[in-house]
Ligand binder design. Structure first.
Ligand SMILES: C[S@@+](CC[C@H](N)C(=O)[O-])C[C@H]1O[C@@H](n2cnc3c(N)ncnc32)[C@H](O)[C@@H]1O
Length: 217
């Protein structure tokens, strides 16, 4: 999987992609990210990429640098790869949709990110294939919602997770009928008067599996 990220702040991704599971996946060539600084595509001398909105208060990313950047990426890929736009306004993400995106849609795509209120609607009309919301609340910037989306996809790539089985049986998975996972315990058997359910100590595999099923919510 290859993800092209158009951003004003490439550095804001560095910490996330340079630790833990993401770093391991990148180091092992399981997925690739390419960062494009939007200001490099600005034709004005100050390298500004935003303008005042018509008819309202707030800043909007100008269409020209964005379209130049997307066209540049298209010119370097073998076809016009999908363009994703993160927004509180449209398609609400859930586990089933993540699986569909991962299975059917993309081995390579572009994510546009910005820090102001909007991007020009004509970019959405002309270029954007998928508008995705990570839920019904508003964040102040794009990077968080994009990394949430990227993380949700990347963990599906074989060998990214140490234990692939956990992916199949996480909350909202098909194997759990899209329900939430059962409670999990470790040693000690008693902690502050709270005991581990005795069935989990029984070594009775059939009963334990039944307990897990009964404790999905
Ligand atoms: C302050 S928000 C802009 C909100 C926009 N004016 C509106 O009302 O829909 C700045 C950016 O953060 C990102 N963002 C904020 N909340 C999000 C969410 N729930 N899902 C996806 N992206 C979100 C989007 O990229 C958004 O453009």
């Amino acid at each position: 999987m290859k993800i092209h990220i158009i951003t004003i702040f490439p550095e804001s991704f560095e910490s996330y992609f340079s630790s833990s599971i993401m770093k391991k996946a990148i180091d092992n060539n399981l997925f690739f990210i390419e960062l494009y600084k939007l200001n490099d595509f600005s034709k004005n001398s100050s390298k500004r990429v935003d303008e005042k909105a018509y008819g309202m208060h707030g800043q909007v990313i100008s269409p020209e640098p964005l379209s130049d950047c997307i066209d540049y990426i298209f010119s370097n890929t073998w076809k016009n790869i999908p363009v994703v736009y993160m927004t509180p306004k449209w398609d609400l993400l859930n586990q089933e949709k993540v699986e569909n995106y991962y299975d059917n849609l993309w081995s390579e795509f572009i994510i546009i990110c910005w820090h102001y209120e909007w991007i020009d609607q004509r970019i959405i009309d002309l270029y954007v294939d998928y508008s995705i919301s990570i839920w019904e609340y508003v964040l102040s910037s794009w990077e968080l919602s994009a990394t949430v989306f990227i993380d949700s996809l990347v963990r599906h790539i074989p060998l990214v997770l140490w234990n692939q089985k956990s992916l199949e049986e996480d909350s909202f998975s098909k194997a759990l009928d899209r329900k939430k996972e059962y409670p999990v315990y470790t040693r000690p058997e008693v902690f502050k008067w709270k005991k581990v359910p005795s069935i989990l100590l029984s070594w009775n595999h059939g009963e334990i599996e039944k307990w897990k099923k009964d404790n999905l919510t």
